[in-house]
Design a protein around this ligand. Structure first.
Ligand SMILES: CC(C)(COP(=O)(O)OP(=O)(O)OC[C@H]1O[C@@H](n2cnc3c(N)ncnc32)[C@H](O)[C@@H]1OP(=O)(O)O)[C@@H](O)C(=O)NCCC(=O)NCCS
Length: 181
């Protein structure tokens, strides 16, 4: 049977939170763990919308916190599926902060999460295909294969020699003979 086809907009999810005292560290900034929890939720909702299935978090790529989010600020998390593979989808999450009284808006961080759609017994199950539409979506779609190979190699689920996309970046299939170019 042909795979169902969906676009990224269909599962786009936006989540808004207010940083309360219980969410903060001793510097009165949002704790990283709380933010990662919200990122996991918004991206899981997005993945579920795309897959129409239960999903589990398979991996989280590197997260770095570029800008602290202060107590009382508003956090906006936007999530979009970038690419669907067999049973897995990659989701891109962008986090922004906003101090409403001053009108200041700032970028906080972004990350890629991978979810796997599973059946009631927890076995991976096929997901609908994703067709990107905008230029930004196409760029994220193209990069997703490279990111997938990198995370699978790091998780020891793919041999480095099978990571064709990475090989082309690092030119791993050419032998360095020590000659200057
Ligand atoms: C994720 C999980 C379902 C994969 O199951 P598995 O039996 O190893 O399945 P497979 O080897 O057939 O892989 C299934 C998919 O998972 C992907 N996957 C597995 N490990 C991965 C990882 N570390 N990073 C990214 N993707 C991964 C595979 O690439 C494959 O994707 P594809 O079908 O799109 O090609 C399983 O490892 C699991 O249940 N993990 C625990 C999840 C969990 O508890 N998360 C936290 C709470 S939600």
């Amino acid at each position: 049977m042909a795979k169902q086809v969906k676009n990224p907009q269909g599962s786009y999810t936006i989540m808004t939170e207010l940083v309360l005292p219980n969410d903060t560290n001793p510097l009165n900034n949002l704790m990283g763990g709380r933010l990662m929890h919200w990122m996991d939720i918004v991206s899981a909702i997005t993945a579920q919308k795309h897959c129409n299935r239960i999903v589990v978090t398979a991996s989280v790529d590197n997260i770095s916190f570029e800008h602290p989010i202060a107590l009382g600020d508003v956090v906006t998390l936007e999530a979009k599926v970038t690419r669907a593979f067999n049973s897995s989808v990659e989701v891109h999450i962008v986090v922004k902060g906003e101090n409403i009284p001053s009108g200041k808006k700032y970028a906080s961080n972004s990350a890629f999460f991978t979810f796997v759609a599973v059946d009631q017994s927890g076995r991976p199950i096929d997901v609908p295909e994703l067709i990107p539409e905008t230029e930004g979506e196409k760029e994220l779609f193209d990069g997703a294969l490279r990111r997938r190979q990198l995370r699978l190699v790091l998780a020891k689920r793919m041999k480095p020699e099978d990571a064709t996309e990475l090989k082309s970046i690092f030119k791993l299939d050419t032998i360095d003979k020590g000659e200057k170019e």
